[in-house]
Design a protein around this ligand. Sequence first.
Ligand code: AR6
Length: 173
Amino acid sequence: MKIRLEVFEGDITKLEVDAIVNAANESLLGGGGVDGAIHRAAGSELLAECRAIGGCPTGEARITKGYDLPARHVIHTVGPVWHGGGRSEDTLLGSCYRNSLALAREAGVKSIAFPAISTGVYRFPLERAARVAVVTVRDELERDPGGVEHVIFSTFGHEATDAFRRALEESAP
Ligand code: AR6
């Protein structure tokens, strides 16, 4: 079965998918950017569930319910802060996508949307982040798709949209 990978420019919180991924921080207690938007749209029960989890190390992921979101699940992952590329940033960013997909498979997710993890407050260069994201997702789903059929890269702004479109074209089989 062919898995659909696409770019959607717009607010990830509006997407009617089985799971959306949150670019969180290690506390899992919310923040700005996409994290703030997801917590606002999901409601305060999301924060309560996150508080009970008690945090998440960089590169790992944790799953919760979606509460008031159209998405059934939120997969919270913590991207690396960009320090110039010499602190395993690429590997850690790849782990975010890989670990998020592992949780998605376990939860029976068919459709999942990712934001451009680490490319906002955490300053990971966009083109490089898009390549890591797309190559990792392709590799991981080729290795073990589970039930995943549809992956959306949800971007904010033309620059991010173009970067993800290019990365998808360049890596197409
Ligand atoms: N839908 C889709 N993408 C979005 C949305 C949205 N509603 N809002 C922002 N983006 P960032 P990070 C894009 O800063 O770099 C938080 O405070 C945004 O344009 O949200 O991983 C956390 O709590 C950018 O391309 O996440 C952490 O402390 C991308 O999402 C820290 O920021 C990621 O930007 C994590 O930083």
